[in-house]
Design a protein around this ligand. Structure first.
Ligand code: PA5
Length: 341
């Protein structure tokens, strides 16, 4: 363990407090109810977009309007005066998000910006667009609380969601107890995140969720392993993967022995999907290095999603340590952005 992980571990440790503070940031935003809202769009990339997916999944059963996540320069055709667009960029300088922001303005959509500043913060200030300024100094992907939870508070303030302060508090307090189980001082044999990292080490993690709440968590785990551990990982979702990916596990030979599969579960997964987990496991388990199932904890959907997000976040940092890499910088993304400039 020789990587410089202090900053990332500190940000991880502080996630419960971040979630509580993020709700307050959203409550303080200068927003007002909108007439005839038809869609919500979250536009952002990478660590700034995953909060949009958390919102999409969380709001699926709770909002009367759809939430669409846009990871592109161009907004969907339907965006117009009846659309609320959250433009999210931690740095405020991601070109795709700046382009989508400008488009949202042209199309007459209502905008709320979440950022630490940058060009996006500047543009929003000049345009009189409400800005939720989130604290800087951490990696964008460590700021998922700041980049997601304020959107719930904004939607509450607009009369579109109920008051979720209790759910946010439940989530923060569950995360406080989970971090005690996952912190670096807890040895591997009783630390689920370290055990996962050891299982992933020199293998390819394959993360499966279900189209309930865990789909977005699977995507999050994959992104965290990529960006923190600088390692490949793949994700997919039940029941869809039963109609294609599973067939790939018939492939003979050593290749599949490099895969380590995680099935992320939620007590509220559809009963037929729960049955699919068990049968799928029976079919493919002997072909791969291992399969583990992890059940979400907590009662509210927010706590259930974040309980799993937190384990994956910690596991990705411990994997970075095993590979001896610094989980913080993402040099290849910086290089790519610089070459595009
Ligand atoms: O987590 C990261 O560092 C990346 O995924 C970034 O979030 C992504 O490159 C977009 O940058 P930003 O969040 O500053 O808009």
């Amino acid at each position: 363990y020789n990587a410089d992980t202090k900053g990332m571990l500190k940000a991880l440790w502080e996630l419960p407090e971040q979630c509580a503070r993020a709700w307050e940031l959203g409550m303080a935003a200068a927003v007002s109810p909108l007439d005839d809202l038809r869609q919500v769009v979250v536009t952002g990339l990478g660590g700034s977009a995953i909060g949009g997916d958390l919102l999409r999944v969380y709001a699926a059963q709770r909002l009367d309007v759809p939430v669409v996540v846009n990871r592109d320069y161009v907004l969907p055709e339907f965006v117009g005066p009846h659309t609320l667009v959250f433009a999210v960029s931690y740095s405020g300088n991601t070109e795709e998000t700046l382009s989508a922001y400008a488009q949202a303005r042209e199309k007459g959509a209502s905008l709320v910006v979440l950022t630490t500043g940058g060009k996006l913060g500047e543009m929003a200030k000049n345009d009189g667009v409400p800005v939720i300024t989130v604290p800087g100094g951490i990696a964008p992907r460590s700021a998922t609380g700041y980049l997601f939870i304020p959107t719930l508070a904004v939607l509450y303030r607009m009369g579109l969601l109920p008051d979720l302060s209790h759910e946010v508090a439940e989530c923060a307090s569950l995360l406080q107890s989970i971090r005690e189980e996952l912190k670096p001082e807890v040895p591997r044999d009783s630390n689920q995140a370290k055990m996962l990292a050891a299982s992933f080490h020199n293998r390819i993690p394959v993360i499966w969720g279900s189209s309930g709440t865990t789909e977005v968590v699977a995507q999050r785990w994959k992104g965290q392993i990529n960006e923190n551990a600088k390692a490949p990982a793949y994700w997919n979702v039940f029941p869809e993967l039963n109609h294609n990916e599973l067939v790939g596990f018939e492939f003979p030979g050593e290749l599949l022995r490099r895969l380590y599969v995680v099935i992320l579960r939620d007590p509220q997964d559809h009963p037929r999907v729960q049955k699919r987990f068990a049968i799928t496991r029976e079919i493919m388990e002997s072909a791969v290095a291992g399969v583990v199932e992890i059940m979400a904890r907590g009662s509210g959907a927010l706590a259930r999603m974040y309980s799993l997000v937190y384990i994956g976040d910690y596991a990705s940092v411990y994997l970075a340590m095993l590979y001896g890499v610094d989980p913080g910088p993402v040099r290849v993304i910086d290089t790519l952005k610089a070459r595009l400039a």
